[in-house]
Design a protein around this ligand. Structure first.
Ligand SMILES: Cc1cc2nc3c(=O)[nH]c(=O)nc-3n(C[C@H](O)[C@H](O)[C@H](O)COP(=O)(O)O)c2cc1C
Length: 227
């Protein structure tokens, strides 16, 4: 029996035709990213989640699999029945890559040009805009090295959804709290609507394929062929 169509596959929602990759790294705010992913899916976006090993300690891949209706990627080294360079393919079809929560570690790795796991490799090979939603303890966020990494990433064209101030998992109040899911969702929508090119391009390609198939069908009919 075929699996039931996801909302995206059925074509509904104002974000239908958009593809978003969500890279989840290892911060407690990973649980809030479930809400972001769920909202994107409910609005019709196709969402693929990639997680760092640390992220899987906070939220199980199964949660994201259930929310997206798609396979969740956690390793560069997952055996495939066929050769599939996921780290290239996944970002090629995406309109946006959201990294949330973005740890000090993932920011540091990307700023240093390191790609030693699936999420950092996906970011390094991204063929779409990348938006980081950092979250960390206030002292980590204010660490000059982290701030220098953020500056370097901004200069390289990466976007940020600024962390806010509030209650932190380390039981203190300060800067470093990940932006709220509604803010992240609004920013993602803004980015998607500001671009739209890939989604529209995909639609045009699909329409082109449909026209070609229709042309072939009509030709076969005219020639008396068919199934
Ligand atoms: C309970 C707990 C909460 C954590 N929260 C954060 C966080 O919000 N931000 C952060 O940068 N690191 C946080 N860390 C540390 C990261 O998990 C750690 O640096 C890890 O190596 C990050 O790996 P990743 O970037 O590959 O996911 C936390 C660790 C623990 C145990």
């Amino acid at each position: 029996m075929a699996p039931p169509a996801t909302q995206n596959e059925s074509g509904g929602g104002d974000l239908a035709r958009y593809e978003v990759i969500v890279g989840v790294s290892g911060g407690i705010a990973a649980y809030k990213v479930c809400a972001v992913v769920s909202s994107l899916v409910q609005r019709g976006a196709g969402v693929t989640v990639a997680m760092t090993e640390a992220a899987t300690r906070f939220v199980g891949p199964l949660t994201f699999q259930a929310l997206t209706g798609r396979q969740v990627f956690t390793s560069l080294w997952t055996a495939q029945a066929y050769f599939d360079p996921q780290h290239i393919r996944l970002t090629e079809s995406a309109d946006l890559f959201l990294v949330a929560p973005a740890t000090a570690n993932i920011l540091g790795k990307v700023a240093a040009g390191l790609a030693d796991d699936l999420v950092s490799t996906l970011v390094m090979s991204a063929a779409c805009p990348v938006v980081f939603a950092p979250t960390m303890n206030t002292r980590m966020w204010e660490n000059p090295i982290v701030q220098a990494n953020v500056t370097r990433l901004r200069e390289a064209g990466y976007s940020f959804i600024e962390p806010g101030s509030g209650w932190l998992a380390c039981r203190t109040v300060g800067t470093g709290r990940m932006a709220e899911p509604e803010t992240i969702l609004a920013t993602v929508c803004e980015h998607l609507r500001g671009r739209g090119a890939k989604a529209e391009g995909r639609t045009r390609k699909a329409e082109g394929r449909t026209r070609k198939a229709e042309g072939r069908r009509q030709k076969a009919e005219a020639e008396g062929g068919g199934l």
